[in-house]
Design a protein around this ligand. Structure first.
Ligand code: HEC
Length: 306
């Protein structure tokens, strides 16, 4: 009886372990993301501020025409840990201004002012457009989902605010997707407006050309279903398309992809550095506390004979 009871739990546990695996396997396979050594990885990792700045430039120049970043406000760019944070004002700004306050940060104000946002209604009830302020959020390029889909072959470009958290593989996946576009193998069809990418999780089985399918509907011997899938985003990056002010940084797809991914990782977790600093402080505190407790334990029991 006892064994039977256990057996049942074992079967249930085994089934629970197998079911998600089976579900994943059904979705087709993608290439495992490339591994990049990110500055921000690990318990002590911090963002490389210049990389995040460059990444913002890539986002602004390339990705912003299709992807919004609606959870990020301009002022976030100037807050502590942000790419344009200033401890002190640059020369020429009066002492009364506190540039460490992101709302008064001149770089952030200048970035915001390049954008137009809708505001209103004004006194006569009309909506109007005005230059953005640090308190405004980065806009979505499309007024609504339908127009976004219309412009992108039916696909919706996702908001990128949390994308490095929202995808399996995180930053490594985003980087791999951006650099990983390839010509599709000859064995598959790719529709107009679709692009093959071995890192994009999809299922290429339905795309196998008919001539490579046997009578049973499966690929003939020697023909493999390629890894990855097709997506509606054309390869967005090309060498030299963004002008960096830094002379020593290459203007290549690889570098752009790394920088924009570092920027997106920052956008998804702008307070990461503060969180890690708190973690280190807590560990140090606990270590000292451990020492104190051990010392008091020794002191309390010191008069006891073994
Ligand atoms: C011309 C419009 C366009 C541009 C420019 C563009 N994208 Fe996209 N992007 C799309 C569309 C459309 C999709 C949705 C594709 C789909 O689901 O088939 C997408 C999807 C994505 C995804 C999600 C992939 C997934 O796993 O679901 C990421 C990440 C992404 N884009 C990042 C970027 C980055 C970073 C840039 C700038 C370097 C960029 N995109 C530029 C249109 C664009």
């Amino acid at each position: 009886m006892q064994i039977k009871k256990h057996l049942r739990s074992i079967v249930v546990i085994a089934a629970l372990a197998v079911v998600p695996g089976a579900a994943l396997a059904a979705g087709g396979k993608a290439e495992h993301p490339k591994h990049v050594h990110w500055h921000f990885a690990g318990p002590f990792g911090q963002f490389d501020k210049e990389a995040v700045q460059r990444g913002f430039q890539v986002y602004k120049t390339v990705c912003a025409s299709c992807h919004g970043l609606e959870l990020v406000s301009y002022r976030n760019l100037g807050q502590k840990g942000g790419p344009f944070h200033l401890d002190e004002c640059p020369a020429g700004i009066p002492d009364t201004v506190d540039c460490s306050n992101p709302n008064d940060n001149p770089v952030v104000k200048a970035i915001a002012a390049e954008y137009q946002v809708e505001d209103g209604p004004d006194d006569s009830g009309d909506m109007f457009r005005r230059p953005a302020l640090p308190s405004d959020r980065l806009p979505n390029p499309y007024p609504n989902e339908q127009i976004a889909r219309l412009a992108n072959n039916g696909a919706l470009p996702p908001d990128l605010s949390l994308i490095t958290k929202a995808r399996h593989g995180g930053a490594n996946y985003i980087y791999s997707l951006l650099v990983g576009y390839e010509d599709a193998p000859d064995t598959v069809n790719v529709a107009v407006g679709q692009y093959y990418n071995p890192y994009f999780p999809g299922d290429m089985a339905p795309n196998i050309k008919e001539e490579f399918l046997g009578e049973d509907g499966y690929p003939v011997e020697g023909v493999k279903v390629p890894l990855g899938g097709v997506l509606a985003m054309a390869p967005p990056l090309s060498d030299g398309m963004v002008d960096y002010e830094y002379d020593d940084v290459p203007e290549t797809v690889d570098q752009y992809a790394k920088d924009v991914t570092e920027f997106l990782a920052w956008a998804a977790e702008p307070k990461m550095e503060a969180r890690k600093a708190l973690g280190v402080m807590s560990m140090a505190y606990l270590l000292i506390l451990c020492g104190l407790i051990y010392w008091s334990y020794r002191a309390v029991w010191s008069d006891q004979k073994h």
